[in-house]
Design a protein around this ligand. Structure first.
Ligand code: HEC
Length: 112
């Protein structure tokens, strides 16, 4: 009897604890998937400015200004990678390593 009472009393609190924990973990998860914008910036400044302008005016207008290319819901690592895999990006692709794509997305998404 005591145990059942305890379970009935604890169960709702347990649910609340799980909710509170997910609220804490969700932002962590989002930033983990979001990449490192500082590394993204250094890759973009080293590689992409040969052909793209940044909002501060750095770069060349061979392709569109990068801030104008951001989809409404932001770049994902996968979408940046697909883009850099296109033939006109062959020279850029050679200088980017796979983990950089999430970082490039995180950097560019700051200009949304
Ligand atoms: C050698 C020149 C060159 C370099 C280096 C370069 N790009 Fe581009 N990029 C282009 C050109 C040209 C276009 C336009 C292609 C078109 O409109 O068909 C373009 C287009 C884009 C677009 C627009 C795609 C769209 O859907 O509108 C994105 C995003 C992009 N580049 C990202 C990058 C990133 C990130 C890098 C660095 C890793 C990079 N580019 C390096 C030439 C370059």
């Amino acid at each position: 009897m005591f145990l059942r009472d305890a379970r009935e009393r604890l169960a709702p609190r347990c649910g609340a604890a799980v909710l509170a924990l997910s609220a804490l973990l969700l932002p962590l998860h989002a930033s983990a998937g979001g990449g490192d914008p500082d590394n993204g910036e250094s890759v973009v400044r080293n590689v992409c400015v040969t052909c793209h302008k940044l909002p501060d005016g750095t770069g060349n207008a061979v392709g569109p200004p990068l801030a104008d290319t951001i989809p409404a819901d932001g770049w994902s690592a996968e979408a940046v990678e697909e883009n850099v895999n296109l033939p006109h990006h062959a020279s850029a692709k050679a200088q980017v390593s796979q983990p950089d794509y999430a970082d490039i997305a995180a950097y560019l998404n700051q200009f949304r």
